[in-house]
Design a protein around this ligand. Sequence first.
Ligand SMILES: Nc1ncnc2c1ncn2[C@@H]1O[C@H](COP(=O)(O)OP(=O)(O)OP(=O)(O)O)[C@@H](O)[C@H]1O
Ligand SMILES: [Mg+2]
Length: 415
Amino acid sequence: MNTNESEKTAFGGSTPSGERLSLVTICLDSQAAGELRQFVHATHFLRLQAEASIYLIEDDPTLPWMQPPGPDICLIDFDQDRPSAIATAERIQEQLPNTAIFAISSNSQPSLIIEAMRCGCSEYVVKPADREQLLEAVVRVGGRKREKREQVIGQLLCFLGAKGGAGVTTVTTHLAALLAKSCSRKTLLVDLHSTCGESALFLGLVKHQYHFYELVENVERLDSELLQSFVLHHPSGLDLLAAPNFSEPELHIKTESIGRTIDFIRSQYEFVLVDCAPGLTDQNIEAIRHSDHLYLVTVAEVPALRNVARLLDYFTRHDLAQHRVDVIVNRYNAKNSVIAEGEIEKAIRKKVFLKVPNQYKKVIQTINAGDPAAQLGDSEVAGSILLWAQAIGSKTSPEAAKKKTGKSFLGLFGG
Ligand SMILES: Nc1ncnc2c1ncn2[C@@H]1O[C@H](COP(=O)(O)OP(=O)(O)OP(=O)(O)O)[C@@H](O)[C@H]1O
Ligand SMILES: [Mg+2]
C-alpha cells in the first residue's frame, strides 16, 4: 500500500483536523533524513518545519521552533549521541508539553526503548523507518490534537490590517457577531489595541470599566469568574474584551502574559477573534504565535498590497503562521477596482480568500446601530461574511448551509 492509500484508510478519507501537522527532526543521519523527507512529501497533512543538526543541550531562545506552542512532533535520532538525545527529549517535554516526541534508532533493545519512553518519547521508530508504522504514529498525534481541541480549546483567529483603516474592526465585529448569533457559537472578541481600539464602539458597548490589558495584568489569578467580570455582553450573544481608553496610564505588560491570557480564554469559548492593531508589535506577534489562523485584511491599493507581500514574507521567514494565513480584500468593487483580482493575487503571490464588498453607507449605518448581526437583510458586507461564519461555525454541514443560503462557499472564497 502506498502512503496516500494508507493515509486515506487511516483517516477514513480525510485528514485529522483539516490542518497540517508540523514536524521537526533532530540530528537525523543522512539516510534517515532522506527517507523522512520523502515520507513528508507523500503525506499531505505533514509539513517539515525544521531539520536541526545539533541536540538541545542548553536553552537556545533563538530557535524559532522552540517557541511555544512548538511543533506537533519532534523526531530525535538516538543513535548519534544517546545521552544528548535523552537530554533533548527531556528539554522538549518540559518546555513544549504539547509536542509529541518520537525517538528513532537502529537499536531496538527493550531496555533502550523503555529509557526513551521514560524521557518523554511517545513512539520508538526503528531504522529503517517503516512507513506504515510512522504513519500510524503520526495519525495518533493528529487524533489526540483534534480530540483535545474539540474538548476544550476554542479556535483562535487573529486579524491584522495591511495598513491602518483597512477594515479589521469592520470584518472582525461582523464575523464575531454572526458566529455568536447565526451559528450559536460561544464567541469572544479581543480588542488588542493598546489605545484607541474601536471594537466596543462598533458594537455599541461604549460604557465599560475594564479592558483586556487589565485582565492580562491579573493573569496569575485568572479563572472563569475573573474573566467574566471583565467581559462585555453584546445583544447578538457575542462577548467582548475591550481595548483601553485613550486616557489609560501606560501599560507595563509582559508579552508572554498575553499568550497565557489568550490560552486561558480559549478554554472558555468556541471561537476567540483578535482585532490586532496595525503593525508587527510584540503583542500582535504573541497573539499570532498562539493562533490557529491569521487573516490579513487589505484593500486593493498598491501600498497595502505591498505590505501584504512583505508580511507574508515575514511570516515565512519567522515560521509564524505561514501555513495558515489567508488574505481578505476589503472594500472590493469588481467593476471599479483599478487593480483586478488577478493582479492582486500576482502581487501577493497568494489566492485571495475573501472579497468584502465596498458599501460605505451601510457600514457607517451598522457602526451607528452597533449591531452587525442585525443588518443581514440589506448589508452586502454582512451577507458575504455570513457565508464565511457558516463555513467555519455552522453546526450543520457546509452543504446544508449552502442549500439554505443558495450560495457556494468556494465561489465566495475564491477557491
Ligand atoms: N466593506 C466596507 N465598505 C465600505 N466602507 C468600509 C468597509 N469596511 C470599512 N469601511 C470604512 O473604513 C473605516 C475603517 O474601517 P475599520 O475601522 O474597520 O478599519 P481598521 O483596520 O480596524 O482600522 P484601524 O487600523 O484604525 O484599527 C470604517 O469606519 C468604514 O468607514
Ligand atoms: Mg480597528
